[in-house]
Design a protein around this ligand. Structure first.
Ligand SMILES: Cc1cc2nc3c(=O)[nH]c(=O)nc-3n(C[C@H](O)[C@H](O)[C@H](O)COP(=O)(O)OP(=O)(O)OC[C@H]3O[C@@H](n4cnc5c(N)ncnc54)[C@H](O)[C@@H]3O)c2cc1C
Ligand SMILES: NC(=O)c1ccc[n+]([C@@H]2O[C@H](COP(=O)([O-])OP(=O)(O)OC[C@H]3O[C@@H](n4cnc5c(N)ncnc54)[C@H](O)[C@@H]3O)[C@@H](O)[C@H]2O)c1
Length: 479
């Protein structure tokens, strides 16, 4: 008889969900965590980054109130108080993820590093735990790339950025993905000089180009400097307050006070003892089947940032960790056949202002997936009454649909775009046609009307066609 029905490695978003559901279903669950309960999202990711953005946003709102006729003095940024706000947000949520709460649920929380010692055994904190099923939820960590000179300069990652005691005078950010862009805008709004160095031809390179251009323009207006398509040759120690110098191909030298690495994430595979348990993994994570079961050890499953279902690489989001937990419970515990991860309606949001939300496929992704004939429906916020009333009319809703009106993807560039994303996820997931959105009654005036107008436009050519006009001509003669 194994010690545990389920042994979970990692108490981040993914592991916590699995442990809570498992113990709720009456299973004997061990949850092993070597660091802070709550993992990256709570301690070094979503929560501190959104808390910092909220503080920065308040400063930005004060500065731009002038567009509405309200002139305020330049806001004073109290860095220590901003940090206290960020810490306070983490502390407020932490009890939900705490060891005490999970022990109260009946979970055996082991505060130690876990490593497999056999296909059905884990060693943690000097204990050997046998299991019926193991779930690897060890997450991912910031990539520290091999750049000449990196070892000789101080650098930050998401694990150290939010603990900075002093406000950076000039923050150099390597990488223009969601972390780089969110942190660029937050720090610019908080009064730091910011330069983003991006190797790809443009920042937000995975996002729809039209929408990404809008994000870049907004950040540039906030004072963020960009070097796109830049090759960083080496890093050198600087002098005085400028502690880091980035030397680019072409000779440009950019001196900054701090350097943030935001060049992607790597699965935390090291030290897990995967070989001892015969668990296959690659650079993108634990190789699993679409139902998240390891391809090589039937007792083992993987969820969250560390899982690589079908070799497509991780989708590193907290909501994906939650989705994985749901799939795992159906496949591993209820053994429902056909259960699999499905990313067709997956949302992702870059929480800049305006936010960039994408649900399902971008136009480029849809074409790459073999949809050669697409209908692209756009609605600019400059045509949205609420956006105009609020003086925030830069942005766009862009729908990607089949010629028959099936929605494949929706991109939104707008304030709080993420809050509008759910509707499109539901449409794609339930295969609802654009007519469902076009005929929906939405409250006026709201930004969400933009999507309805974009969907309505899809039917406009048919509605206003000569055939319809002839039909109306006939119908009007009826008594
Ligand atoms: C700056 C930043 C901002 C982000 N913002 C967002 C956002 O706004 N929205 C969003 O959806 N996602 C966001 N993310 C992504 C999100 O944080 C991750 O997708 C999510 O945390 C993944 O959860 P996880 O449980 O897979 O891994 P993690 O949260 O990384 O948890 C894994 C846990 O496993 C533990 N562990 C690892 N190895 C071992 C071992 N051998 N033994 C014991 N314990 C171990 C680790 O200590 C860790 O606590 C952000 C990420 C970052 C870095
Ligand atoms: N809002 C959110 O949901 C949110 C926020 C932050 C992070 N995340 C998750 O975390 C993941 C990681 O975020 P990220 O921004 O670190 O990674 P990313 O992989 O999304 O972006 C990294 C960027 O760095 C660039 N890059 C790579 N090497 C470089 C180099 N040597 N020099 C210059 N640029 C280089 C890449 O071209 C890319 O544009 C995201 O993909 C996402 O899944 C989500």
């Amino acid at each position: 008889m194994p010690d545990f029905d389920v042994a979970v490695i990692g108490a981040g978003a993914a592991g916590l969900s699995v442990a809570a559901i498992g113990s709720g279903l009456g299973l004997r669950v061990a949850l092993i965590e070597r660091g802070r309960m709550g993992g990256d999202c709570l301690n070094y990711g979503c929560v501190p980054s959104k808390a910092l953005l909220a503080a920065a946003h308040a400063a930005a709102e004060a500065r731009r109130a002038g567009r509405l006729g309200i002139r305020l003095p330049e806001p004073e940024v109290d860095w220590a108080a901003v940090r206290a706000h960020v810490r306070g947000a983490i502390d407020r949520i932490a009890p939900n993820d705490s060891a005490a709460r999970y022990r109260g649920m009946g979970v055996e929380v082991v505060e130690a590093t876990a490593r497999f010692t056999a296909p059905d055994e884990i060693e943690a904190g000097g204990r050997r735990l046998t299991f019926r099923r193991a779930v690897i939820a060890a997450g991912s960590a910031a990539v520290v790339p091999e750049i000449p000179g990196l070892g000789a300069v101080p650098f930050l990652t998401n694990e150290t950025l939010f603990d900075l005691e002093e406000r950076p005078a000039h923050l150099l950010i390597l990488g223009g993905g969601p972390i780089g862009l969110e942190m660029a805008q937050a720090h610019a709004w908080l009064g730091c000089r910011v330069t983003v160095i991006e190797a790809a031809p443009r920042v937000a390179v995975r996002e729809d180009e039209e929408l990404a251009d809008g994000v870049r323009a907004a950040l540039a207006a906030d004072g963020v400097a960009f070097r796109e398509g830049a090759k960083l040759l080496r890093l050198e120690p600087g002098t005085g307050a400028d502690r880091v110098v980035a030397v680019l191909d072409g000779g440009e030298r950019i001196a900054g006070s701090h350097l943030l690495l935001a060049v992607g994430r790597a699965p935390r595979l090291e030290g897990l003892g995967l070989e001892a348990a015969g668990i296959e993994a690659g650079p993108r994570g634990i190789r699993t089947r679409p139902d998240l079961r390891s391809v090589s050890n039937r007792r083992v499953w993987a969820v969250g940032d560390i899982a690589d279902p079908e070799g497509i690489g991780p989708r590193a989001f907290t909501h994906v960790a939650g989705q994985h937990a749901g799939v795992l419970v159906r496949a591993m515990l209820f053994r429902l056949p056909g259960t699999r991860v499905d990313y067709a309606a997956l949302p992702r949001v870059t929480y800049t202002d305006p936010e960039l939300a994408q649900v399902g496929l971008t136009e480029e992704e849809a074409r790459a997936a073999g949809h050669t004939d697409l209908r692209i429906q756009r609605w600019p916020l400059s045509e949205n009454d609420r956006a105009i009333a609020e003086g925030r009319a830069e942005g766009l809703v862009k729908l990607v649909a089949t010629p028959g009106g099936r929605l494949l993807g929706a991109g939104i560039l707008a304030p709080r775009a993420g809050d509008m994303a759910g509707l499109y996820g539901l449409m794609i997931g339930r295969r609802l046609p654009l007519s469902a959105l076009a005929s929906m009654v939405l409250p006026y005036p709201t930004l969400s009307e933009g999507g309805k107008r974009a969907a309505g436009d899809f039917y406009a050519p048919r509605l206003l066609s000569p055939f319809t006009k002839r039909l109306i001509g006939l119908l009007k003669r009826l008594p």
